[in-house]
Design a binder for this molecule. Sequence first.
Ligand code: SF4
Length: 402
Amino acid sequence: MNIPELLAPAGNLEKLKIAIHYGADAVYLGGKAFGLRNLADNFSFDEMKEGLSYAHDRDVKVYLTVNSYPSNDQLEALSSYLHEIAPLPFDALIAADPGVILMIREILPDRTIHLSTQANSVNWQAVKFWESQGIARINLAREMSLAAITETAGKTSVELELFAHGAMCISYSGRCLLSSVMSGRNANKGECSHPCRWGYSLVEETRPGEYFPVMEDETGTFIFNSKDLCLIENLPEILASGVSSLKIEGRMKGIYYVASVVRAYRAALDSIKTEGDDYRLRSEWIEELCKISHRGYTTGFLFGQPEDVGQEYDSAYLRSHIFVGVVESVNSDSTYTVGVRNKITSGDTIEIMGPQMRNAAFVITRMTDEKGKVVESANPNQKIVIDLPASTAPYDLLRVSK
Ligand code: SF4
């Protein structure tokens, strides 16, 4: 069976390296402008250059998002931006707006273009249209079913990319004015404030300020709140449909999310490749995805309309583990330097996460600061030096059970 590319989000240089460490085949990132995730860290020119060479040295592809919908007064800046990134060897540019695609063609005529999910391709005729325009890959809208994806693959020959994991819009991806209206932040320019996940009350129009709670359960109501997409249990059917790339959403999520999701999907795809017909889903992959913060999982529209099973009526994010640190280096005396991200205390049992689902539990009996002074606990942004199992490598993450 053809194993699709595993495409991971890279919100900054550290996330790019983590995604690659845990097994991504390709990453997508945004520059400081026109990339739809304006609130993510994003990459400066020099960071893009460094990220490209880091990824290409490891045979990992890098795609640049230019999938904003610019207004007339932004076109000049877009033109300058495209000229600025011209020397950078991105493997593809991801765009949605036909005007942006035309500008890429004019300024960077040899570049491969992928169509963003923001273009909302929901049927095979739309895919054929973009194929006829020379687009190399189409990201299918999350609203398509597996049957529609299979039919589309059969009627077209362009590469198809499918979101496999991550947050979903409650409306057609990004085609939503909620954020613009409620916070003045335009979702189609990368500024969404996610009001679909806020709690709502009822106000009678002549009684402003009098809020009637709407209670679907004891937590209130979250009427626009979608569960998160998770398709790891359905990979054999998805692969049989003919998609070329499985995309993970989440450039604004942290490195722990990137590491956990990439390594679970990597393990599943590798198992399909090596086991063929004997492939079986492992509970540890699903458990892994439940150890990160999420809002309950759904298969979205894959098997038809999700109706109420796709909606999350609780505002609470679920997670069973807390990410506490990242291994930064192995020292000459075989100790490890760890960048602390959440409080670590001597005596904690930590779990070390490595690629290929390598896990090891370890009790911290002694830790020092970088000058060798013994410390009992360490806080975010500090560095500590500890012993760890010999299999531990730089970029492995550490977590503790909640
Ligand atoms: S408010 Fe919600 S549905 Fe609307 S664009 Fe933002 S994330 Fe999507």
